[in-house]
Design a protein around this ligand. Structure first.
Ligand code: AMP
Length: 268
């Protein structure tokens, strides 16, 4: 399976890419990660890319295309890959089309994560505050001003890719602002044989608690509960409202907290 994840920085492409990797036994090809590795290793490419990346601008097309051309040819990419952060310009997309055609390979789909830019900017501001408070090291491009520049670059240079792939009939769109698991489920639906035939998949709203209304009697009638059952029910309810309920509430709050944190730290 060969996929492209499209979406601005902070849309959660990295998180979804990792889930696709685990599910489909493919590799994640993130040009951002590869460039950061080149910077850390002090290679020629890294030296060229560092200041551009720190400023939140795009590294020249020829540099990233060369990196991807080399990476796609490696043995572990043979089973398939998910491209995360590449292509980012129409010339990169055209170069990718040529690269794949030359190898007799084809893309299975392009999934675009649609997001609200204002919310992304607030998210990164919160993440920077939290990381600073914890004394953690920030990436040079981890600040709201650089993010605004990256979003502007996305709008001008990368967003047109949606049209490029829509014209080829390959674009599928997902609501990237939905909870992470819902986004994953929407992507799964797209990649299922039935979903592949449709144009887009809505991330499902968060699962509702099983409703009791089904078991409810019709209006105006009371449910018949045997006397013994009623006493048991009352005892259960009062025990539940103390221990179990408050533990559940705590648990829920914890889940919400860690869910947010996970999204803030991982989703780039
Ligand atoms: P990312 O981790 O994907 O957000 O990428 C981090 C930075 O690496 C970007 O802000 C760009 O400076 C650079 N970069 C990553 N992928 C590309 C690409 N396909 N084309 C140009 N620059 C890229």
């Amino acid at each position: 399976m060969r996929l492209i994840l499209l979406g601005p920085p902070g849309a959660g492409k990295g998180t979804q890419a990792l889930r696709l990797v685990a599910k489909h036994a493919i590799v994640q090809l993130s040009t951002g990660d590869m460039l950061r590795a080149a910077v850390a290793a002090g290679t020629e490419v890294g030296l060229r890319a560092k200041s551009i990346m720190d400023a939140g601008q795009l590294v020249p097309d020829d540099v990233v295309v060369a990196i991807i051309a080399d990476r796609i040819g490696q043995a572990d990419a043979r089973r398939g890959f998910v491209l995360d952060g590449f292509p980012r310009t129409v010339p990169q997309a055209e170069a990718l089309d040529r690269l794949l055609a030359a190898r007799g390979l084809k893309l299975d789909g392009v999934i675009e994560l649609k997001v609200d830019e204002g919310i992304l900017i607030n998210r990164i501001a919160t993440r920077v505050e939290e990381m600073t408070a914890r004394g953690e090291k920030l990436r040079a491009d981890d600040n709201p001003d650089v993010l605004k520049g990256r979003l502007a670059a996305y709008r001008a240079l990368t967003a047109p890719l949606a049209d490029h792939y829509a014209r080829k009939g390959m674009l599928k769109t997902v609501d990237g602002m939905a909870p992470m698991d819902d986004v994953t489920a929407a992507i799964d639906r797209i990649l299922s044989p039935a979903g592949a035939a449709k144009g887009s998949a809505k991330a499902k709203p968060a699962a509702k608690k099983p409703s009791r209304s089904k078991a409810k009697p019709a209006k105006g009638r009371k449910a018949k509960v045997p006397a013994k059952g009623r006493a048991k029910k009352r005892a259960k309810a009062s025990a539940g409202s103390k221990g179990h309920k408050s533990a559940q509430a705590k648990n829920k709050a914890g889940q919400r907290k860690s869910g947010t944190k996970r999204r803030l730290t991982k989703a780039r």
